[in-house]
Ligand binder design. Structure first.
Ligand code: NAD
Length: 506
């Protein structure tokens, strides 16, 4: 089936050849019923008009324009709103900006009411999610929220209280579930091929282009992102929760900032660094915003509105997140996860090993085999755009491999069907579930569609791990009082109290 790959990925993320695919393998894209004639489109407001918002704007002005439309914007930076408003105008053939209503975050409720917004799409920085989700639900809208659901336990309590009290819908966009390789591993585990899962080993390597990007932007401050264990690893912890169909119960973490940041730089004699990447020459850590028209328009050209610098030096002071992390997670069902994240690897990808009573499954993914430098010594984001450039390393070719080996048997390879577009082929399929879920024909046997409870389960690990980093001790997830029982989704007293506290602050 042909699907339109969305504009999705961070420009520093790897662009393996598979991300250019527009034709999914058999069974990868579920079937949906046609839209009933005359059905009104759902009215969406996009909150946070940065890079990620582009995927939703493209979807609602393109493939999913028959089921939804954008009716309002919310962002403190008018320049970024104008960028997307132009895009909507151009998609609608208006010959200029669409002129949609827009507001600053404090006026969200008024615009939800005035514009009769059905769905608020939250694509703002992580630390703002809880407040925005809570307010959108209480203003009468459903919510689609990007990962991570929130960054701390108070945010979980606030969201679970709002869901319980409004009964409204929150969709978590866990796109990695939809990447065919990750879906296939879920199928393998569910089929019983490895027996009862006893342990999982999961290693994620981010390279010095994509990994470095978290140290240039708002993510570098833990108060904004919850650190990589929340911001990035919530994808990975969600995968493990979902693969095992289980919930985390106890977490121990160790880690530190050892490569990026000013102290590490000084220790390695890296002095006299440029303040920002734009204009820096011969620096493999620099990101020149002028090199990408979209980055220039969304950030460089509109800096004067809010002073946000998107290309800060990764070795500049102010980094409070970790770059090397190790986590041990006990699952309620008895399995153990050993997890590690490194954000300055020379290649990017991941390895997962699932041990079970009947054997072992192994998933190996290389998204970028090496970081190429151009003649000036700058990192090349997309070598395939440069004619003649070396794009593959024979010793570490881009690709994916899923194998299963039962006890007393040889290894067999499990075919992974093709996906569509970026994020391992997950984004395009996710968007169908986000915008046309009610038209889906048949159940999803993989249960990929995620809601707020999956969001809480995923950030629970990172929140507990952050506490463990501070105390040096293991943390029981139930002691975090996240406002909901992770096993059955029952709201707990703390969520109700959080709802009352939030109400007194509105
Ligand atoms: N699922 C994925 O693979 C994926 C990929 C990229 C980003 N994301 C998520 O999307 C979100 C946005 O990331 P991004 O890379 O687009 O960041 P970004 O910095 O490019 O965009 C964030 C936008 O939010 C705006 N903003 C700041 N404070 C706000 C507030 N209080 N209310 C409303 N808007 C506010 C900023 O002005 C900016 O326009 C993050 O939560 C991130 O984790 C998910």
């Amino acid at each position: 089936m042909r699907v339109h790959p969305p504009v999705d990925q961070n420009p520093t993320a790897p662009l393996p050849a598979s991300s250019a695919s527009t034709t999914a393998g058999p069974g990868v894209v579920p079937d949906f019923a046609p839209v009933p004639p005359g059905r009104p489109r759902r009215r969406h407001m996009v909150v946070g008009t940065g890079h990620r918002a582009g995927m939703y704007v493209a979807a609602l002005t393109g493939e999913h324009a028959d089921v939804g439309e954008i009716v309002a914007w919310c962002d403190p930076n008018p320049g970024r709103v104008a960028y997307y408003d132009e895009q909507v105008g151009s998609a609608l053939g208006l010959g200029g900006a669409a002129g949609l209503p827009r507001c600053a975050p404090q006026d969200l409720e008024a615009v939800v009411a005035e514009q009769r917004v059905d769905v608020v799409v939250v694509t703002s920085p992580d630390h703002t999610h809880a407040g925005l989700v809570d307010r959108a639900l209480r203003a009468g809208a459903d919510v689609v929220v990007e990962k991570p659901l929130t960054t701390d336990a108070a945010g979980c309590r606030r969201i679970t209280a709002a869901v319980a009290e409004t009964g409204r819908d929150v969709v978590m966009t866990f796109n990695y579930r939809y990447a065919p390789r990750n879906s296939t591993l879920r199928q393998v585990i569910a089929s019983g091929a490895v027996g009862q899962v006893t342990s999982v080993h999961f290693e994620w390597a981010l390279d010095t282009v994509h990994g470095a990007d978290y140290f240039r932007r708002w993510h570098r401050d833990k108060a904004n992102s919850g650190g990589l264990l929340v911001h990035k690893s919530s994808h990975h912890f969600d995968l493990v929760n979902w693969w095992l169909d289980d919930v985390p119960s106890r977490v121990y973490a160790s880690g530190a900032l050892r490569f990026y940041g000013d102290r590490a730089a000084a220790g390695r004699g890296l002095v006299g660094r440029p303040r920002r990447g734009t204009g820096a020459q011969g620096d493999p850590f620099a990101l020149d915003l002028r090199a990408d028209p979209r980055l220039a328009a969304l950030y460089l050209d509109v800096e004067h509105h809010d002073g946000y610098v998107r290309d800060q030096d990764v070795f500049a002071p102010g980094v409070t997140i970790e770059d090397n992390l190790a986590v041990l997670v006990d699952y309620a069902g008895g399995a153990t996860l050993t997890y590690s994240l490194n954000a300055h690897a020379p290649w990017e990808g991941y390895r997962v090993t699932v041990n079970g009573t009947a054997g072992r499954a192994e998933l190996e993914v290389v998204e970028r085999g090496f970081v190429a430098l151009d003649e000036q010594g700058n990192a090349v984001l997309d070598p395939s755009a440069t004619p003649g450039a070396v794009t593959s390393d024979p010793l570490r070719p881009e690709g994916e491999r899923l194998t299963v080996q039962a006890h007393w048997d040889r290894t067999r390879e499990v075919p992974i069907p093709a996906g569509v577009g970026g994020h391992g082929g997950g984004d395009a399929i996710l968007l169908k579930d986000v915008f046309r879920r009610d038209l889906r024909l048949g159940e999803d046997p993989l249960a990929r569609a995620a809601g707020y409870l999956d969001g809480v389960r995923a950030v629970a690990v990172g929140i507990a791990a952050n506490q463990s980093l501070l105390t040096g001790r293991p943390v029981l997830v139930e002691d975090l009082e996240l406002g909901v029982d992770l096993r059955d989704g029952a709201t707990t007293a703390t969520a109700r109290e959080a709802g009352e506290v939030a109400a007194t602050h509105r």
